[in-house]
Write a protein that binds this ligand. Sequence first.
Ligand code: SF4
Length: 380
Amino acid sequence: MEISAPAVEQAKAVVAAGLAPALKRSDAPSFGCFPVYSPYEIIRAAGLLPVGLMGAGASIDIVHADARFQSFVCSIAKTSLELGLQKRLVGMEGAVFHSICDVARNLASVFKRNFPGMHIEYIHLPQNAAGPEAEDYLVSEYRRVMAGLEARMGRRIDDAAVAAAIREYNRPRRLMRELYAMRAKEPERIGAAEMFPLVRAGTMLPPDEHARILQVAKEEFTARKPRRMDRVKVVVEGAFCEQPPIGLIETLEGAGCYVVDDDFCAGWRWFSTDVPEGPDPVRQLARAWLERGRATSTRFNPDKPRHKDLVRRVRESGAQAVLFMPAKFCEPALFDYVVFRRELEKENIPHLMVEFEEKMWTFERTRGEVETFVESLLFD
Ligand code: SF4
């Protein structure tokens, strides 16, 4: 077992501290970004610090939020609202939500009503990412959000500021891509329970601070001399919005899996390449969302079907199986399970469904299921 690298410990400390340190920063007020993807660069260019408004896991007891939702709603919506109702978002300038599902849509309105001092934005992302009008439409949507932020912050957001923010965010995203590629090639070098806090820390830090941690982690991982174990290489799919507890990821590894790819914190590492730094940076961002964005269950792109992309990622990473890991009550993920399962079976790729909740604290049943699955593949 590898000893956790100091950079990983640093990232874990950032994650454990939650949003409180970000809310107290004096250099830039924070602005919540509900998953999956937000145009972080535009928010940054407004002089704000984009942070993940991504629930609170087991760090909060739900006292008030249950009364605002039906019982069959995912945990991330409830704990995100609970943070606000317990005044643990004081100092957050506002938040952005987008059209990923009905829950996120309604949560934006609930936030607006309950926290009138916050600037709440709702982005209508294009329904069809391959449509001919999609690019112009998304540019106009981003410009509408910019106008709202300009009015709120009392400052103009010019192209130079957006271009600078693109440069800032390209760096940690590039490093995350490099770490993911390193892990896909040698999963014994980087544990999934190490990669997860490294990525998650980026939802709470300015991009340059995040990049520094990632750079150190990369050097530390490169220096390791790991030993390959007899494990099954898996791709984890379905955890793009609500995030699993780290104990669950440790359980997957303990049960005999090497995670070679996943969609944890998908929005924060959304692009397959750098966002180009050309003229008209807002258009560059919109184009990048359309052309270089991840295939996930929250967006429709007939040119890049999600089930085909999953199979591609399995093949490219050399995975032997897929762990389908949706959050409980996550409709986009659960609806897609039908399509994914059909495609995986057609391609003879073994798969297992492992449902989770961010507040989950006991993993014994999951460990048993994953161990049985792994053994069936290793000793088949
Ligand atoms: S976890 Fe799923 S259902 Fe809940 S807000 Fe996120 S995408 Fe929507």
